[in-house]
Design a protein around this ligand. Sequence first.
Ligand SMILES: C[S@@+](CC[C@H](N)C(=O)[O-])C[C@H]1O[C@@H](n2cnc3c(N)ncnc32)[C@H](O)[C@@H]1O
Length: 283
Amino acid sequence: MVFQPKQITHYQAKHLIELQGNVSEAAIEYCLSQLPPFSEGDVIHDNACGSGAVTETIMNSKPPPIQIYDTDINPQFVQGCAELAKKNDWPVSTAVMSALELTFPDDMFTHSFTTFAFHCLGDHTKAAEQVYRTLKPGGTAVASIWISMPHVDALQHAHWLTRGKEGPMPALLPLESYQEKDLRGALESGGFKAEHIACSTKECNLTMPDVKRWAQLAWSYLGTLPTGWSQNDEDKWEEALADIVEQISSGDGFNKNEKGETVMTMVACIAIAKKIGRIAVGD
Ligand SMILES: C[S@@+](CC[C@H](N)C(=O)[O-])C[C@H]1O[C@@H](n2cnc3c(N)ncnc32)[C@H](O)[C@@H]1O
């Protein structure tokens, strides 16, 4: 049995929703504003869908009849998406699937969204190759990343405080941040041509009504080491949380809104990449 600290939050889709607030939706709404409206019959992939922020934002935009496929490696998140789709009677199919090994046929999707996931997919080239392969010629891929995430500094500080400076960082708190050039590089190595990739940035605010609760959710999700959790993490859980709260109250990128709530400003980089259609012989 894998060790887990007794204080940890066992993640379900609702916890990811609480952690992210509406920051993903704000960025995804911006992505959608950069695209032509959906057409009847469009087939859309919400890749590494998490709690389904892309699907929800698309469906809230009242599109014409379309079909959406939600996939993620985390079964709890996929189950959350299935429940959301069922509750709302949305045209959504769900499957647990790695973005590195999509089982969809070639040329299936008119649109493929991979939002705020490329940095954590491991083999970025393989992930981009799968996006390219499954996109129809003429189709559009949207890939977004956060290029400024002020909370990462706060969580890294708690990691060093409670685990020392030696040893590996949590995989989701890398020291080198994933930037536009990395995203472009991945998309190009996956098959997209440089001249068919356009990037833009968007500032988005995440409100934390209760910073201690947010620290609990963030440390539970992002704090795990490549080797897993340890007894030390359980012993120092409260110390880690207190440090995250302290760092958030004094760190760059955090402000208070008119209600006195803490607001974190993140910056999204959004790449829109086209898979150019094949030219038929004789054209
Ligand atoms: C930060 S969340 C983003 C979720 C969602 N796309 C959004 O914008 O809110 C990153 C997601 O990537 C998923 N993920 C990580 N590695 C994956 C992989 N190899 N294949 C599929 N999903 C993966 C995680 O389970 C998580 O749901």
